[in-house]
Design a protein around this ligand. Sequence first.
Ligand code: NAP
Length: 278
Amino acid sequence: MILVTGATGTIGRTLLRLLTERDVPVRAMSRTPERIPAGIQVVQGDYEDPDSLRKAVDGVDAVFLVSAPGATIPRYDLALLDVAGDAGKLVKISAMKTGDFGFRATSAWHLPGEQAIQDSDREWTILRPSVFASNSLAWVPQIKAGEAIPTYYGDGGAGVVDPRDIAAVAVEALLTSDHNKQIYTLTGSEILSVADQAAHLGKLLGKSLQVIDVPSDQMRAGMLAQGMDNDAADLAVEGYEAVRSGAAAFVTDDVTRVLGRAPRTFQQWAQDHKELFG
Ligand SMILES: NC(=O)c1ccc[n+]([C@@H]2O[C@H](COP(=O)([O-])OP(=O)(O)OC[C@H]3O[C@@H](n4cnc5c(N)ncnc54)[C@H](OP(=O)(O)O)[C@@H]3O)[C@@H](O)[C@H]2O)c1
């Protein structure tokens, strides 16, 4: 029995489908169980509620661990690890370059959980994805309104990865012992800037999509206006600037090594989600 946390999320949703297609027993965790497709075992679980987590992990052999991006990640990771004990397998979604200078914000989110997992006696695999192809869904309002797509990364590229490939790698890590104690950095096979992605989307949609650069000081002001404190805003801006300066402009062959095939392209992801762009 595999507990899939974040089962309504970007990766968890696909992971549920891939595991049920293989008839693997799964338990899907969500704060709103009615969002889980019928026929799948579901548990109401909230990282803020340890009792609900205890029920969620009861009797499972493996846990897929993910939660929404943000400063709550370390607390949520440790809450789950605390109730899960040392038995069984754990696969955690982390982020590229966790622990690297320049990525201090995402490192602060993911490093505590990564370290606790590595210090345990259980089987584990840590997946550190690059930028998700699905992040481009954030541009839907601008695309529909005929406005320019904002970029916080300037011309900085990233090895944009299809979340379905991340889920497929998670399946292998959960179902085989081949990936025990491995940290994989998951990327696509080409480096793409926001402008590159917009060009692919524009071609697909038959529209000319413009991109507008959001300078760091403007980005920081926006974060403060949304209630973020100074330190958090500085760290977040530092992360965007790292990507802007090219720190995310790399690809790895980890997806290919685990899946035995090349990663899906951004064009494939866009084609398969074309209807979401209107
Ligand atoms: N987007 C990227 O480019 C990128 C790149 C690298 C790494 N990552 C990492 O990928 C992870 C997933 O990001 P995402 O944007 O795709 O998020 P997501 O998985 O789509 O959404 C978050 C999931 O977390 C669950 N969740 C949130 N708060 C919860 C709580 N208190 N208790 C229980 N479940 C809770 C939600 O479940 P319910 O609402 O159903 O309860 C939802 O299924 C993050 O850790 C992020 O740092 C993202």
